[in-house]
Design a binder for this molecule. Structure first.
Ligand code: AMP
Length: 181
């Protein structure tokens, strides 16, 4: 990744030690979102490889994936599909359980959110163990989507998430990585 973008993102992302529990360094992107130039540059960099690639939908993971995914969908003239925590969607749903870096949860999508064969880009702010994104890919594939790639602002490579997605044949793109967890 371009060095000057990496530097700008590094300066815009806040590290909060011991949140939400001791030993976790929380990578807080609210400071990036509140910085007009850094937010724009991050979205532009995430969008860039997919211009003209005919993506039908951008799937964003609740909640920070909604903010980035909405901006990316707008730029690419694609639709946006929310992948939500259990119990939030009103219509007929598909559901999957998954484990997080710090806990377990379930996520859901509307069953009619995608057409079989839709080319979809998966978006979230950060990939750690990859458990969240892996579950999202499974849901998208259950609905017949072609998951073209998954993109994240932040990679925590020591936690193995990128390798997990690549093993599922999902190309992964990230803008900045931080060692450790
Ligand atoms: P994982 O399933 O382990 O890849 O965790 C990824 C999800 O948890 C993403 O939705 C992230 O927003 C959140 N997350 C995990 N670890 C962190 C961290 N160290 N800082 C901020 N968010 C995190």
């Amino acid at each position: 990744m371009e060095e000057n973008l990496t530097r700008e993102l590094d300066a815009a992302i806040r590290a909060i030690p011991d949140y939400p529990k001791p030993g976790i360094v929380f990578r807080d992107i609210t400071t990036l979102l509140g910085n007009p130039r850094a937010f724009r540059r991050a979205v532009d960099a995430l969008v860039h490889p997919y211009i003209g690639t005919n993506l039908a939908q951008i799937a964003g993971i609740e909640a920070r994936g909604f903010i980035l995914g909405g901006a990316i969908a707008h730029q690419l003239t694609a639709g946006f599909v929310p992948i939500r925590k259990k119990g939030k969607l009103p219509g007929k749903k598909v559901n999957i359980a998954y484990s997080l870096e710090y806990g377990v949860d379930e996520m859901e999508m509307h069953s009619d959110a995608l057409q079989p064969g839709d080319r979809v880009l998966l978006v979230d702010d950060l990939i750690a163990t990859g458990g969240t994104a892996e579950a999202a890919v499974k849901l998208l594939r259950e609905l017949g989507a072609e998951v073209v790639a998954a993109c994240f602002v932040i990679d925590l490579p020591d936690l193995g998430g990128r390798a997990k997605l690549e093993a599922m044949d999902v190309p992964v793109r990230t803008l900045i990585s931080f060692d450790g967890d």
